[in-house]
Ligand binder design. Structure first.
Ligand code: HEC
Length: 134
């Protein structure tokens, strides 16, 4: 088991909204950021290696969802669910060489990022981001 997976698995089993949850969320987002940015560029360049990136993003959002589920009901869970579904759709489209479909899925996934960030993320005084407390 990789350290991140272990960290997430541990934090899911502990109290909701713990510091571990937030650390796991933060490190997951740090992985998601560059992968998602790279995916858009790869799709635009019709680079078939993008399917692995989309699959990785899909599984990262499954992890995000596990972190969210116990603590926030409703829309936030749907944002991560929608993101993992759209990255799954993108991965399949890339494998099939359907680049327009892949770009559409990537765009929809991007809307989930923005939706969740505007609802649940805030910028701290030092310029870093953190989870907005309800
Ligand atoms: C379910 C909600 C949710 C979704 C969906 C989501 N994010 Fe986030 N994201 C957050 C929260 C909350 C934070 C701030 C917490 C933190 O970074 O510790 C954050 C922080 C980030 C950060 C900042 C990390 C840093 O270095 O401070 C990046 C980059 C990021 N998200 C990228 C993305 C991208 C790209 C997507 C979509 C592909 C996405 N996120 C989707 C909730 C979400």
């Amino acid at each position: 088991m990789r350290p991140l997976t272990l960290l997430i698995a541990l934090s899911v089993s502990t109290t909701v909204c713990s510091a571990q949850d937030e650390a796991a969320l933060h490190s997951t987002m740090k992985q998601i950021g560059p992968l998602a940015g790279g995916l858009g560029k790869k799709i635009a360049a019709k680079d078939a290696t993008a399917s692995a990136d989309a699959e990785k993003l899909e599984s990262l959002f499954v992890e995000v969802r596990k972190l969210w589920e116990p603590r926030v009901a409703g829309d936030s869970s749907d944002f991560s669910k929608s993101a993992s579904e759209q990255f799954n759709r993108a991965a399949k489209a890339i494998t099939a060489g359907q680049w327009d479909e892949a770009a559409a899925a990537q765009k929809k996934a991007g809307a989930s990022c923005m939706g969740c960030h505007s609802a649940h993320r805030e910028k701290a005084a030092d310029g870093t981001y953190k989870l907005k407390k309800p």
